[in-house]
Ligand binder design. Structure first.
Ligand SMILES: [Ca+2]
Ligand SMILES: [Ca+2]
Length: 145
């Protein structure tokens, strides 16, 4: 099993019985709350992983704020521009805005706040049928190019 430690900024693994705990990633992370493993299907990304680097972390909230403020920021390729429309696969395909993590229809600083609240283990208010921050979602646009 694999998990993130948002307090120690680490990604760790262990055997399913809890033995053989290892640190996999110990640098370059800040408060990660979700991870995507290589076995996830093409097009799978974490909701709230705004820069598509495989972890939901405070950096994603930072990039949200840079987009909202009109400042430049880098994205992992392939990823979406924040504020871009994407079709995510729930029960049926649902059009969402990349980075609009609370699904209220616009990308703003409240979405950055939602990511930070999630990292801090505070409650997050999201619209109905909105993916949980840190959960894996399939995005059609990522596979179709
Ligand atoms: Ca990220
Ligand atoms: Ca929003």
């Amino acid at each position: 099993m694999y998990w993130t430690d948002s307090g120690a900024d680490k990604i760790q693994r262990a055997n399913l019985d809890g033995g053989s705990v290892e640190d996999l990633v110990t640098t370059g992370l800040f408060a990660p709350v979700g991870i995507a493993l290589g076995a996830t299907p093409p097009g799978a990304v974490l909701w709230g992983d705004d820069d598509c680097n495989g972890a939901v972390a405070a950096v994603d909230a930072l990039k949200n704020l840079q987009e909202v403020a009109g400042l430049p920021y880098s994205q992992t390729d392939p990823c979406f521009g924040l504020g871009e429309s994407v079709d995510i696969q729930l029960a049926s395909a649902t059009e969402r805005i990349w980075g609009d993590v609370d699904c209220d229809g616009d990308l703003d600083s409240v979405d950055a706040l939602a990511i930070l609240r999630k990292i801090a283990a505070f409650s997050v208010n999201q619209q109905p049928n909105c993916p949980e921050i840190g959960s894996s979602v399939l995005v059609a646009d990522l596979t179709s190019g």
